[in-house]
Design a protein around this ligand. Sequence first.
Ligand code: ZN
Length: 230
Amino acid sequence: MTSLVLGLLCCIQPVSIHANGEFAAGLSPDQIALCRSAVVLAEARMGQIFPWLHTHSQPLVRFFPAGAPGGNASPWVGGIYHATDHRIDIQHVPVLVSQGRLEWTVQHEYVHAALALTGNARLPVWLEEGSAIYLSAQALDETDHSIKPARSIARLEAGFRTYGASRNQAAWIHLKTYNRQARSVVAALAERNGLEHFTGFLRTLKNGTPFSQALASWYSLAPDELSAWL
Ligand SMILES: [Zn+2]
C-alpha cells in the first residue's frame, strides 16, 4: 500500500494495451512513457532481488488516471496487487508522477507479486509490508510522529492488522509510524547478512516454515529480539 493525497474513486476501463502495461484513457503520452519505464525498471530490479522468479510470468500492470475500477481501494493507496489474477493496478497516476512516487509504487507492488509467487504461506503483515517498502526504496513520511511506535513485534503486527484494512485518515496516520518501524526491522535483517540471505529467509517462510523456526535458522534470533530493534 502506498499513501497519497485524495482522489475520488471512479470506474474507467483500460483502452490501450502495450507490451509493458495496460493504460486507461485519460493518461497523457508522457505519463504512459513514465509508466512503461517504471515497469521495465521494476521487472529488472525485482528480477535481481528474486532471481528464481525468472521462470514465472510477470504480473499484468494496469495504470489509471484516477481510482482503479472496482472502487474498493483506498484513495490513499497508489498501488494494489491482486494475487487472484496476478495483476497490479496503479491508480492516480498523475498524482504519483507529480509527487515523484510512480517508480517506487510500481516496485512496491512488484515485491508483493514476487512474494506471492514465492510460496503459498502468508508472511506476517509487518514483514510483507516492510519488505515491499525496503526493497522498493519507498519514500516514507519521516516527519509525522503523532502516533506512538509499537513496542513489540506482536503489537506492530496487531497495528498493521487493525489499520491496514481501514480506509480513513486515522488509519493512514497510524500506518505512517508502523511502516517506518517495519522498514527499520527489515533493513536491520537485510543489512545483517545481505539481501540474498534475507530473500532466502523470506523464501523459507513462504514455503510454510514457522516464523520463529525460520528466524532461528537464518539469523540465530528469537522473535523477542526483533522487538529490541523497534
Ligand atoms: Zn504493500
